[in-house]
Structure formats: structure tokens, C-alpha cells
Ligand binder design. Structure first.
Ligand code: GLU
Length: 303
């Protein structure tokens, strides 16, 4: 049976954008008759210790989302990521990176560097830079040697997307496996056949596809759904006002109002007004090819 998933990072309360992405992932999966898994991306201990997981799961349940089997936690799978990393290291596909955030920020403004991509400082670093960093006691991160490979993927919402592989971090300098490595290993191990997630991750998807290829893992299919933006056109954030179920409840809006808004944004026919709606009520009107590729600025309203 096919498998879909939602993979939140427990870094705060889910906001409307994440709730809509979760609902989209659920609708794509259930529409296809797939199993639906929930995976908590809690690798970063500085994030997960804040305890947002329970609230996130409760909010997903409040809009009617259900999932199959137990919730998987990345924090319990560290050995698996270490093994995948060791394989890449042994094959010479990685390098150590001693850059500080500041160094990356400064080098990234060079005209030849693609915005958001690693500027490559440590890729060709001579023994002298490495020795100096080691002397200072700087622990290295491990990066993928992207080798200027251009990779093309097919996205079920955006069509063909092509990009140069970025030298993404695979293991952070505090020893924690990085998102881009963990996500491809997990999706493959869990048999995820279609990854539905926010469009902010579209750019890095060719890099993730390349990682799948290097590790001999099956590439999933991808569908990147539009982000929710605020009235100013920027990605929805706390500063835009009421963005969580709890905030909206204080404004008199129910989970059902949010479900109807989710349906409108995804091109799924909203259920009859006046009755409480859950994501299951959107299933009948949902069609994967009606999901828009562009962001919507409208926010929930009562009824
Ligand atoms: N954990 C990631 C996030 O919350 C999502 C990763 C993914 O869906 O691939 O942004």
C-alpha cells in the first residue's frame, strides 16, 4: 500500500501554514487510499526540549487528522543516520566544514554564489585552514560534496524543477544528523511514496533526490503545496496576528472554520455550512490536480 506522511519539527505551536500543509498531506494520501504516517523531526535537542510535540498532535487531531501506527521520532533513529553518513564519508562524497554562520553569511554575498546555497569556502580548503580551525578547537560540520551536479525532479504541483546540488550540511558541528540527510533516509525506510510538504522546501528537493541516488534509496514523488502568506505577501508568521488554533479560538474561530479555510486554499469543495467540518469532509471535493501552485493570502473567517 502507498504511504504518505507529515513530518513536523516540534519548534513551536503549529500555525495555519503548517496545519494546511498537514491537511494537504493527509488529503493527498487518503485520496490515493494510502497509509498516512506522522514523524516528529526532533533531532535538535535545543528545539525538542521545549515540549511542543503534544500540542502539535492535539491540533492535528482537532482538525480531524488521523494517522496510521505509532508516531516515529527521529531522535530514536540516530544510529541509522550515522550509518548513512559513514557510507557517504567512506566514498569521499563529503568534506568537513569549519565555517561559522558569520563566515557563511559574509561569503554568501559574493556574486557567483546562488542565494541560500553554501558558498563553498571549505570545499577546497587547504590543509592550513583545517589545521588552524582544529587548533582553535572548532568542531567541523560534515557537508555533501555537491560537485556542481545538476539534478532534475518532477513535482506533482510544480512540474519539472532543476537545480544544482547544494553542499548541504549532513551532520552539524554539534554531532546531530542534519535534516536533509535524515529526511531522505526516513522517507525511504518508511516506504513513503509521495512527500507532500510546504513549497519552501522545493529548492532543496533536487539535492535530496541526489542524496537518495547516492545512498541507493528510492526517490519518493513530491508535491509542494503553497505557503500561506500574510496580507503583506510575506510567509505567515506570528507577527501577522492570530496564526495558531489557540489564537484563533480567542478570536472566536473554531477548528471547523480553519478546516473550511484549508479547503478553500486547496481547491477542495467546502462542506455544507452550519455543521462542524473536519478534514474528512474535504475528501469528497479534493482533487490533487486542483491544488494551486501559488500562495494565498486569505485568512480564516467564521462559518
Ligand atoms: N520538519 C520539516 C519542517 O517542519 C518538514 C520536512 C519535510 O516535510 O520534509 O519544516
Amino acid at each position: 500500500m502507498a504511504v504518505g506522511r507529515f513530518a513536523p519539527t516540534p519548534s513551536g505551536e503549529l500555525h495555519l501554514g503548517s496545519l494546511r500543509t498537514a491537511a494537504a498531506a493527509w488529503l493527498f494520501a487518503r485520496h490515493a487510499g494510502s497509509r498516512f504516517l506522522l514523524r516528529v523531526e526532533d533531532l535538535d535537542p535545543t528545539i525538542s526540549r521545549h515540549g511542543f510535540e503534544a500540542g502539535q498532535l492535539a491540533d492535528l487531531e482537532a482538525i480531524g487528522l488521523d494517522w496510521d501506527g505509532p508516531v516515529v521520532h527521529q531522535s530514536e533513529r540516530r544510529d541509522r543516520y550515522d550509518r548513512a553518513l559513514a557510507e557517504l564519508v567512506d566514498r569521499g562524497l563529503t568534506y568537513e566544514c569549519y565555517c561559522t554562520r558569520r563566515e557563511i553569511r559574509e561569503a554568501s554575498t559574493a556574486p557567483h554564489v546562488r542565494p541560500g546555497a553554501y558558498p563553498g569556502t571549505c570545499r577546497e580548503a587547504g590543509a592550513r585552514r583545517v589545521a588552524a580551525a582544529r587548533r582553535e578547537g572548532r568542531p567541523p560540520a560534515v557537508r555533501l560534496r555537491g560537485a556542481a551536479t545538476v539534478v532534475s525532479i518532477t513535482d506533482d504541483v510544480h512540474g519539472t524543477v532543476e537545480a544544482a546540488v547544494d553542499d548541504v550540511v549532513l551532520r552539524r558541528n554539534d554531532g546531530v544528523a542534519a535534516y536533509n540527510l535524515a529526511v531522505v533516509v526516513d522517507d525511504a525506510d518508511q516506504g513513503v511514496e509521495q512527500v507532500v510538504r510546504g513549497a519552501d522546501l522545493l529548492d532543496v528537493t533536487p539535492t535530496q533526490a541526489h542524496l537518495c541516488d547516492l545512498l541507493g534509496l528510492d526517490r519518493p514523488r513530491w508535491a509542494h503545496v503553497p505557503l500561506v502568506v500574510g496580507p503583506d505577501g510575506a510567509r505567515l508568521a506570528k507577527r501577522h496576528g492570530s496564526v495558531t488554533l489557540a489564537d484563533l479560538a480567542r478570536d472566536g474561530l473554531t477548528a471547523s472554520d480553519v478546516v473550511r479555510w484549508i479547503g478553500r486554499g486547496l481547491g477542495a469543495e467546502a462542506p455544507a455550512p452550519g455543521v462542524a467540518a473536519t478534514v474528512a469532509d474535504l475528501l469528497g471535493g479534493f482533487a490533487p490536480d486542483r491544488v494551486p501552485a501559488t500562495a494565498t493570502a486569505e485568512l480564516p473567517r467564521p462559518g
